[in-house]
Ligand binder design. Structure first.
Ligand code: TRP
Length: 446
């Protein structure tokens, strides 16, 4: 019996060149969180999303390369986590359409990014949708497909993305409702309150849009120059300095241990000169970044290696999850093989229609005296229960599965090598068959 690991999914928009703020705010914490037992991690380059903002092909390509190389150089191991490029998984696009057809347009009207664009237009006395592409409007649906296709449980995001996760839950829930069962796990946003935003060169939040960034892998001398250009006040060496509101101190803190940070605080109080403090900051950052920079430069020099890693990740992931999932979803919505239509009585025992026959719950007693059940589709066991003392307990658990569908709490029942989506689809077929029987009983009126 296997317990389905928790799935944690992280999307990385491929725009711009990664900077120190991306590193301390996103890359470093995300990679620190990988490798825990019972967790399956998904990291992907959201290159389809990037087209909404950037329509410069050379920049799109360059940024995808740099961001892929950055994550690899920072320690992402493509053998232990899923690492792929969104556009290499066409099933994401296909699911986007299925979700588009259940997504409420009114919900999309309320998306922050879209609403902000409309508000700006109104202020300028323009038409509401002036300059707004359908891509910007549909952004949350594509993002929901990214998440739902792999039934991710947790999605670590910044505050600004929480609404998108809520929308993914909403679209997933609507789809589950319309198509009868828990086809999708509803994801949860995880916002890390610990991670402070890094100030940039001018003291405001480090951000591409302020032009105040320090590229993570700037060559050593460029890094040094940039660090020496961080704003400070005009206090002379020997004068005590304030750590509060000091960009220099905050950036140092993001790289230093607690002890190193305390020492720097003391140095500020003792009147360290700004030049000396900047040199110390440079040394501290470079100590952490230099080994990764070396890997980064090696990787960037061989883009075909990165291309191969990404393609391989997507190929394996499609085989393992995306293709079978879309097969089930197509089936669920009725995009079906016409030759497999069951024209009458689904339980007629037609051997050519095994796939269409509903799965079965089987209850039994083992030699250990305990009561068990399993859910099987033909010869394939999908769910395997633990032993219960009482047959009633087994019966109740089955009733709950039939009534509420398969949820995260049922993960422990999954048989070896079975994906939750498969069980969800099987339970949906069972519910469909039950409903058909009930209609028949009620006099054949649908
Ligand atoms: N919108 C996210 C951002 O701007 C990137 C992203 C795209 C994403 N698809 C995702 C994040 C799916 C999490 C899950 O940061």
């Amino acid at each position: 019996m296997s317990v389905r690991p928790q799935r944690i999914l992280t999307g990385i928009t491929t725009s711009g060149t990664p900077h120190l703020g991306n590193y301390t705010g996103a890359i470093r914490p995300a990679l620190a969180a990988t490798g825990s037992a019972g967790v399956e991690n998904f990291y992907f380059l959201a290159d389809l999303h990037s087209l909404i903002k950037s329509q410069d092909p050379a920049m799109t390509q360059r940024s995808t390369l740099e961001i892929a190389a950055t994550w690899l150089a920072c320690g992402l191991d493509p053998d232990t986590v899923w690492f792929y490029r969104q556009s290499d998984v066409p099933e994401i696009n296909e699911l986007t359409w299925l979700l588009t057809c259940v997504a409420g347009k009114g919900i999309l009207n309320r998306a922050h990014a879209y609403k902000a664009a409309v508000d700006r237009n109104r202020e300028d006395g323009q038409d509401d949708d002036a300059g707004v592409t359908a891509g910007l409007f549909m952004y949350p649906v594509l993002m929901a497909a990214d998440i739902l296709i792999f039934n991710a449980d947790k999605v670590p995001v910044g505050r600004d993305q929480v609404q998108h996760i809520e929308m993914a839950r909403d679209f997933g829930q609507r789809f589950n409702h319309v198509y009868g069962r828990d086809h999708f796990v509803l994801p949860e946003a995880v916002v890390d309150e610990q991670v402070a935003t890094l100030p940039g060169l001018d003291g405001r939040k480090m951000s591409k849009s302020y032009g105040n960034t320090i590229p993570l892998f700037a060559p050593q001398d460029a890094l040094r120059k940039l660090i020496f250009s961080i704003v400070t006040d005009s206090r002379a060496p020997g004068q005590a300095k304030d750590t509060d509101g000091s960009a220099l101190f905050q950036i140092h803190q993001a790289f230093a241990s607690a002890d190193e940070s305390a020492a720097m605080r003391q140095a500020f109080a003792d009147g360290i000169g700004w030049g000396e403090a900047k040199q110390a900051l440079f040394d501290r950052i470079d100590a952490e970044v230099a080994p990764m920079r070396e890997t980064y430069e090696m990787l960037i020099a061989k883009p075909e290696g990165i291309e191969a890693v990404l393609r391989d990740g997507a190929r394996r992931l499609r085989e393992r999850y995306a293709i079978p999932t879309l097969e089930r979803l197509r089936e669920a919505v009725g995009l079906r093989d016409l030759s497999k239509v069951v024209l009458a009585m689904p339980d007629a025992g037609d051997a050519t229609n095994v796939e269409a026959a509903p799965p079965l719950f089987k209850q039994y007693r083992e030699a250990d005296g305990r009561f068990y059940f399993k859910l099987a589709q033909g010869d394939r066991v999908l769910l395997q229960s633990p032993g219960f003392e009482q047959p009633r307990e087994a019966g109740q658990r089955i009733a709950a599965l039939r009534r509420d569908g398969f949820g995260v709490a049922d993960a422990g029942l999954l048989a070896e090598g079975v994906d939750a989506a498969e069980v969800i689809a099987a339970l949906a077929r069972l519910a469909e068959a039950d409903a058909a029987k009930a209609r028949e009983k009620a006099g054949g009126v649908a």
